[in-house]
Design a protein around this ligand. Structure first.
Ligand code: FE
Ligand code: MN
Length: 360
């Protein structure tokens, strides 16, 4: 029997029996493995919707004007502390974006089985490439020596420790894994939690906050804008990984034990401690609007939001956001005005090419 399925504005007629079989064979892990990209019938609608949303937010580094940043970088109006924050931002993210993209392509996208999950993870990896490219654009615009930047991955102990923390989790999964075993399912859930909620969800926010604080004082406005775009992308990445995590747990409830939940909270604690060390490295002395103590509290606040969103107990109940203005910029629901022009531009451009049905 034929049945019509609607996905956004599109309608598809599928044989109901075949569609139901295909639907029930779709799983986060251990589902039907196929080399063909059978998106229909969609089971994980959130994955397809986020794919469309991420694509509509497309940006390119060259969209951003860097003249003012270059002038400031060369002038004496910018303090050594402010320059150091930019260097740490470029140094840390140059390594981190690559590590995230690599983990998606070689671990998570390989292990999930439903095609719509592979679709959104492909876009996620592509956005990490755009972020890596935006850092090259900053390096070349400011005339920073790329070797100096690369050396930071190895020579700044707080960067080395943050990178080791995530690569350890990623490397645990690079072998043939029998994902019917609860221990291995836990390793994957742990990976998805660490990358989405601890790294992209928490450890990225120290620098995001510092660089946006500078931009708020009209310092390095081009870099600030790139970090705003990056941050908007990261909000979607956190959402992709949170949904993956929740559905993986939902489909494999045997792994959601008290011990495992405790283990995840301990990992978050470790991630927070590493981020606080890193923040103190970025802000050796307090300057206008930038105190290490406030940023540490900010990390506690962000980490609790991530834990709570994953159904885990928070670490600092009642902790306040020390930067209410930053919430305005960062909160996904509130930031649409911020990016309205850009998003509309790309949406219009894509609508011209493929027709209005491309919008969801
Ligand atoms: Fe990124
Ligand atoms: Mn990301």
């Amino acid at each position: 029997m034929d049945k019509t399925y609607n996905i956004g504005p599109r309608a598809f007629v599928l044989d109901q029996d075949k569609a139901e079989d295909a639907y029930s064979a779709k799983k986060i892990i251990n589902g039907r493995k196929t080399m063909t990209f059978n998106l229909l019938p969609l089971k994980y609608e959130w994955a397809y919707n986020l794919y469309k949303k991420m694509k509509a937010n497309h940006w390119e580094p060259e969209d951003i004007q860097m003249q003012k940043d270059v002038e400031q970088w060369r002038s004496s109006s910018i303090s050594q502390n402010e320059r150091w924050i930019i260097m740490m931002g470029i140094g840390y993210f140059s390594a981190a974006e690559g590590i995230v993209g690599d983990n998606i392509q070689h671990v998570v996208r390989e292990l999930v089985t439903a095609p719509e999950l592979k679709l959104v993870l492909g876009r996620h990896a592509h956005e990490e490439n755009i972020h890596a490219d935006s850092l090259l654009y900053m390096i070349s615009s400011l005339g920073i020596n790329p070797h100096e930047c690369e050396a930071m991955f190895e020579q700044i102990p707080t960067i080395v420790r943050k990178n080791e923390f995530v690569t350890r989790v990623s490397h645990k999964l690079r072998r043939d894994l029998d994902l019917t075993q609860p221990e291995n399912k836990k390793l994957l859930a742990q990976n998805i939690f660490v990358f989405g909620q601890v790294m992209e969800g928490t450890q990225f926010y120290g620098l995001f906050g510092m660089i946006l604080s500078l931009a708020r004082q009209n310092k390095f406005p081009g870099i600030g804008q790139m970090f705003q775009y990056t941050l908007r992308d990261e909000s979607n990445h956190i959402e992709v990984f949170r949904n993956l995590f929740m559905d993986l747990i939902d489909e494999n409830p045997e792994i959601w034990t008290t011990e495992f939940r405790q283990e995840l909270v301990e990992i978050m604690k470790e991630g927070i401690a590493l981020e606080k060390e890193f923040i103190r490295d970025c802000l050796p002395v307090s300057t206008v609007g930038l105190s290490a103590q406030d940023f540490e509290q900010y990390i506690d606040y962000i980490a609790d939001r991530r834990l709570d969103d994953c159904g885990l107990p928070v670490l600092n109940p009642g902790v306040q956001n020390p930067f209410p203005w930053l919430a305005e910029v960062i909160d996904v629901k509130k930031e649409s005005n911020f990016f309205e022009t850009k998003v509309t531009d790309y949406q219009k451009a894509s609508a011209l090419v493929v027709g209005n049905d491309d919008e969801l």
